[in-house]
Design a protein around this ligand. Structure first.
Ligand SMILES: *Cc1c(COP(=O)(O)O)cnc(C)c1O
Length: 546
């Protein structure tokens, strides 16, 4: 080999070698990165005002470089072009999404996970991480189902049964739960060897039905539609059950829908209760849904991706009453457990239930092994359980209780602030830490309430465009961020209403932040850009704006 080739080899070996001194090039880079990140995280804005199309110019080259780029050069690129143009999800005024601040200890601790690079699919590549992950599943199983010591002593580390499955997030957790439900409902019977072996067509033939369905309220998360698609039953077989004025599933309507499905020879096999809807944070009457599931012989899944950690709160746990009767429960760790993005899990009341999706292979996940990969949808998986374990121990039950109580009480206070003002309308009262509202000055509100349905419809269309404009403009200004969604409130005859959506999960968000958000929105509403639309409203409703 020539000298150049030798030099390349040396460099190649070096990038896989642990640097010996902290003052080495990599050691110094590590420090520089930490400092830069700390600076980024301390800025209380939500984003720099730069158009995405401008940013795209830095990411247009599809040529993979032939010659290596120095680590220092790449670091500089990342700091300048990526970090500086990221969203400040940790900002106290970033209150629009379920992604929020992390406890700072996550950053140093996550280094352990990356450095060890364990693969949880099998014990041969994860050793202690496997019992650790099972322990965490046990902790969250216990939070939900509260079985006794003997139960956990018996099942926690059993090689044939699983208390649940870790995965990358709520979506895969929901898919896993419904996958197990489907496979149990269409399991082996007589000559039929089960849907997992023979497939959907054979299952329909054997069970003599023309389809299979899952029921959930119309506030159900879109991941359930993805699940229906992947499971082969079709998105239309996620049957949306109407909700009441508080966005909770109507249990009577649920029963009607089940009957109608059966009349069409479509077999319902699961019903999903939601503990904290993504848009409004409402909780279905889980006990009543559990009754229906039991009476109808359906798998009862609870999507508690957002609201699950409410169980830590002595004061608010009761809102989730009935969750302990679920067959399976989804909890997203990267939401209200405050763990970095990329981890969710599903726990099953009956440790045998996951057996219906079990897969084995010769070289890995062998029968009878403790390999976690036999009952997860994903294959290779990182040791994120380590970070969930750390959060559960460092924050603890009391800490989570404080975080949950703080969020719920802050949302209630924000609702009061909105009610007290003349220029905003609360659309959904917070049940947890999520609420929705819109800009609507008192003069218009009164006239809107008295308007004929057709005038109200037109006025709401204009208000919808105003809400969209305010939300977008506020986001572009970069000081604060609320999200927006569309709801169909009873108050407006089920007309789609565009609303601001606020999620209060960051403990550092204070009352002043919330007041500032409203003030900025009111200011945008009175800007020249909206003058035309305000005039249209005045003509429709015949009232002054202020
Ligand atoms: C966030 C969420 C999901 C999906 O979780 P991901 O982690 O985004 O995949 C599912 N259901 C509910 C209720 C959620 O809030």
């Amino acid at each position: 080999m020539g000298t150049n080739a030798n030099a390349s080899m040396n460099n190649l070996f070096r990038i896989f070698t642990v640097p010996e001194a902290p003052d080495s090039t990599l050691g110094k880079l590590d420090q520089a990165i930490s400092q830069n990140l700390a600076g980024f995280l301390q800025q209380h804005i939500v984003a720099e005002e730069t158009d995405l199309s401008v940013l795209e110019r830095d990411f247009t080259d599809t040529d993979i470089p032939d010659r290596p780029v120095f680590v220092s050069e790449q670091t500089q690129f990342l700091l300048d072009k990526v970090v500086a143009q990221s969203v400040h999800t940790a900002s106290p005024s970033f209150i629009g999404h379920m992604t929020s601040a992390l406890p700072y200890f996550m950053i140093p601790l996550s280094k352990i996970m990356i450095a060890l690079n364990q693969n949880l699919v099998k014990t041969e590549t994860s050793k202690a991480f496997t019992p650790l992950e099972r322990q965490v599943l046990g902790m969250l199983h216990r939070l939900v189902f509260q079985q006794d010591e003997a139960f956990y002593g018996r099942w926690l580390h059993d090689s044939h049964q699983h208390l649940g499955a870790f995965c990358s997030g709520g979506t895969v957790a929901n898919i896993t739960a419904l996958w197990a439900a489907r496979n149990s409902a269409f399991g082996p019977q007589g000559n039929f060897r089960g849907i997992n072996k023979e497939g959907l067509f054979a299952a329909m033939r054997h069970y003599d039905c023309e389809g299979a369905a899952i029921l959930v309220s119309e506030r159900g998360h879109y991941s359930l539609s993805k699940a229906a698609d992947v499971l082969g039953i079709g998105r239309e077989q996620i049957v949306a059950v109407p909700t009441d004025g508080s966005n909770r599933i109507c249990v009577d309507a649920l029963q009607v829908q089940i009957r109608q499905l059966r009349e069409r020879n479509i077999r319902p096999f699961a019903v999903v209760g939601i503990a904290g809807t993504t848009e409004t944070g409402n909780i279905d009457p889980l006990d009543a849904v559990a009754d229906v599931a039991a009476a109808e012989g359906l798998h009862f899944h609870v999507d508690a991706a957002w609201g699950g950690p409410t169980l830590f709160s002595d004061r608010y746990r009761g809102k989730l009453k009935g969750i302990e009767r679920a067959d399976s429960v989804t909890i997203d760790a990267h939401k209200q457990l405050y763990v970095p993005m990329g981890v969710g899990l599903v726990v099953f009341k009956d440790p045998a239930k996951l057996g219906s999706i079990e897969h084995h292979a010769q070289y890995i996940i062998r029968q009878g092994s403790k390999d976690l990969g036999s009952t997860t949808l994903e294959g290779s998986r990182p040791g994120m359980a380590m970070l969930v374990h750390s959060a559960l121990r460092i924050i603890g039950r009391r800490g989570y209780q404080l975080l949950i109580d703080l969020g719920i009480e802050k949302a209630a206070r924000f609702a009061e602030l909105i009610d007290e003002r003349q220029d905003f309308e609360l659309i959904t009262d917070p049940e947890l830490n999520i609420l929705t509202y819109r800009w609507l000055p008192a003069g218009f509100a009164g006239a809107l309430a008295d308007a004929s349905p057709s005038v109200a419809r037109k006025a709401n269309d204009i208000l919808n465009s105003i809400t969209r404009h305010i939300q977008k403009t506020q986001r572009e200004h970069g000081k604060a961020f609320v999200s927006r969604t569309r709801l169909t409130p009873e108050r407006y005859g089920q007309q789609p209403i565009v609303v601001f959506r606020v999620v209060l999960a960051n403990p550092l968000t204070d009352e002043q932040t919330l007041v500032d958000v409203l003030d900025e929105q009111a200011e945008i509403a009175s800007s020249d850009a909206l003058a035309g639309r305000l005039e249209e409203l005045r003509q429709l409703l015949g009232r002054p704006a202020a």
